[in-house]
Design a protein. Structure first.
Length: 424
């Protein structure tokens, strides 16, 4: 990657910009796929390798690296002994075939923002009110270990540590067993946060369509996530009379279709998906006896989400009757439209305006670690554009100029957070 005048932000010198792009290229090689994406599921060999690379990068710039008891990775810059930290970052784990930018961009941008601020402070001799920490949250994606946003959930007390460590992947390997050989299981709870910032690609196309460079995230969509188990009866897929079948996969399929029908009923306001389906015994000559699926509803309107949940509950017994199966439903996660602190939005707005970047308010549909953090400390969330809104896909892409603009704005935000302008 090389810089040109269109790529280069006005306040980010070419050497720093080129260093960021070079580090991004290096980072993207860990778990690289043949179609330009990455596969770095939590605690996989590729994830372990890139964590060690990140540790070296942070230590090279004078940060002290530590891990908490769930494997969150922190690079600490203590400038004011005893003061709490501005915690800045995202995650570097990925979906099985994912893009290079989701999460990873936010970790590297946090690191380079803090490198720049540290150099400035060394030159001026100024002591900030708060210390600085880069964070790489463990298992944000939830692709290998369910649920998602695990590391930040434990850090913020929203999920018990022992419960998280006991979660097993499809091969029966627990989080504890996956992390113990790596050296990434620490003994403490991580640094004490006074406030938080995260930058991320949008994963949609609102910013790109509007020609906006910086998204000021004001709130997340509400969400309801379910684990559904469909129980039928195992039988021969050829010989069993159709009327006698209790086909769990047929019942699951009807639920998948109904989820899409729900979204079509509330266009543009409700998003639904079944992203994971486990079928037993998953044999070509056996009618499935059990299917486990993960269903989520995400909505921009809490009243609509409540109505969608009610419609879902009403449909379950109908599917049971039609297909002669039993459905058990457990709500695994739920959150409302809880806003980010308005003071943080205004702080970010003033930074973007001062630097001259087109900016606007936006809500996040996807979940992020900052959603957990904002429930504990004041938190600023920023977006940069995603080309054509592609995400969780190897073709995910953000233009260099937008990635660098985001780094520029994040640096300004963190600089002001370090001064104590927004703290718990």
């Amino acid at each position: 990657m090389t810089l040109d005048e269109k790529t280069q932000p006005a306040t980010l010198d070419p050497v720093r910009a080129q260093a960021f792009l070079a580090d991004f290229a290096t980072m993207s090689a860990f778990g690289a796929t043949i179609h330009g994406g990455v596969d770095r599921q939590a605690a996989s060999p590729a994830d372990i390798e890139q964590r060690r690379w990140l540790q070296g990068l942070l230590e090279q710039h004078g940060l002290r690296v530590q891990y908490d008891r769930i494997g969150n990775q922190f690079g600490l810059l203590e400038l004011n002994p005893g003061a709490p930290y501005v915690v800045v970052g995202s995650h570097m784990d990925s979906q099985p075939t994912a893009g290079r930018y989701d999460g990873a961009y936010g970790v590297l941008a946090a690191a380079h923002a803090i490198f720049r601020i540290a150099d400035e402070l060394r030159e001026t001799g100024e002591q900030p009110a708060l210390n600085l920490a880069v964070v790489n949250w463990f298992n944000e994606e939830g692709s290998r270990f369910v649920p998602s946003m695990m590391g930040s959930s434990v850090y913020t007390g929203l999920m018990p540590l022992e419960e998280a460590l006991a979660v097993e992947d499809p091969a029966g390997i627990s989080v504890r067993e996956a992390l113990e050989p790596t050296g990434f299981l620490g003994e403490g709870d991580g640094p004490v946060a006074a406030c938080c910032a995260e930058i991320h690609i949008e994963q949609g196309r609102l910013l790109e369509d509007a020609g906006t460079t910086i998204g000021l995230v004001t709130a997340s969509w509400a969400a309801s996530k379910y684990v559904v188990t469909v129980e039928g009866e195992q039988s021969h897929s050829g010989a069993t009379v159709m009327a006698d079948r209790r086909d769990a996969l047929l019942g699951a399929s009807q639920l998948v279709v109904f989820a899409r029908e729900l979204a079509d009923r509330f266009p543009g306001v409700l998003h639904t998906a079944v992203g994971k389906l486990d079928v037993y015994p998953n044999s070509p000559v056996v009618v499935a006896s059990r299917v486990r699926l993960l269903l989520d509803l995400r909505c921009a309107d809490e009243a609509v989400l409540a109505e969608a949940n009610a419609l879902l509950q009403a449909e379950l017994p109908r599917i049971e009757e039609r297909v002669n199966v039993a459905l058990s439903v457990e709500k695994s996660h739920e959150w409302g439209i809880n806003p980010y602190q308005p003071e943080g939005v205004e702080l970010a707005r003033s930074v973007a305006a001062r630097l001259g970047y087109a900016h606007d308010e936006i809500k996040t549909v996807a979940g992020h670690d900052s959603i957990n953090m904002k429930e504990r400390v004041p938190t600023v969330m920023l977006f940069v554009p995603s080309v054509q809104g592609v995400s969780h896909n190897e073709g995910e892409y953000t233009e260099d100029r937008d990635a660098l603009a985001g780094l520029d704005v994040l640096t300004g935000v963190v600089r002001r957070l370090a001064s104590g302008e927004l703290r718990a």
